[in-house]
Design a protein around this ligand. Sequence first.
Ligand code: SF4
Length: 226
Amino acid sequence: MAMASPTTDAAEALRAIAGEIAVCTECRLAQGRTNAVPGEGAPDADVMFIGEGPGYYEDQQGRPFVGAAGKFLDELLASIGWARKDVYITNTVKCRPPDNRDPQNDELDTCESLYLRRQLELVNPTLLVTLGRFSLTRLFPRQSISRARGQLLYKDGLAVYPIYHPAAALHQQRLRDVIVDDFKNLPTALETARRRLTGTVADQQAAYSADDSGQNDSGGEQPSLF
Ligand code: SF4
């Protein structure tokens, strides 16, 4: 009998999680959703993107980043020769907050502990790209997106590359060039993170200094993301 590959196992486990999310009522965001948005992409992706939460179009379609911000994300991925099928994309909360309000801490805590943590463990990416401030501050509570964006940070065995949320560029044209530049540097950030995992000396030294800045920025607070 043929053995299932690790990728097949991860894909099946991710599908099972998506099934749980589709019927989840563990926080108040379940009340206003049309569809939950579990996430999608390669189950063995090197890069995992974590945004904030579903918007109107995502809620309607049950897929992440399908509105104007999603179109921009597709363009950004294409600009470096990547496509959605090469990465994994999800959000900090899987259900749309009413009137696009910010997700609240208890909603973030619940959704993260039930689903996001397991998705990250299954995909096990080399690099985690946080889109916007919510996913960044789950890891680095005292970081600001304006300061951290475009930097490779490390925490608890994760390599993290913060970028502004693509939706920010829709409302603030001046951020568009910043996001485009940060995406251009994404392949280099991935390669640096990959080399760190395989442990070359020079990259270890660079990583330790990045670790220090990350620890200091967290200021001793206990981030709840992973
Ligand atoms: S946001 Fe997450 S925890 Fe809340 S109802 Fe949706 S899937 Fe469940």
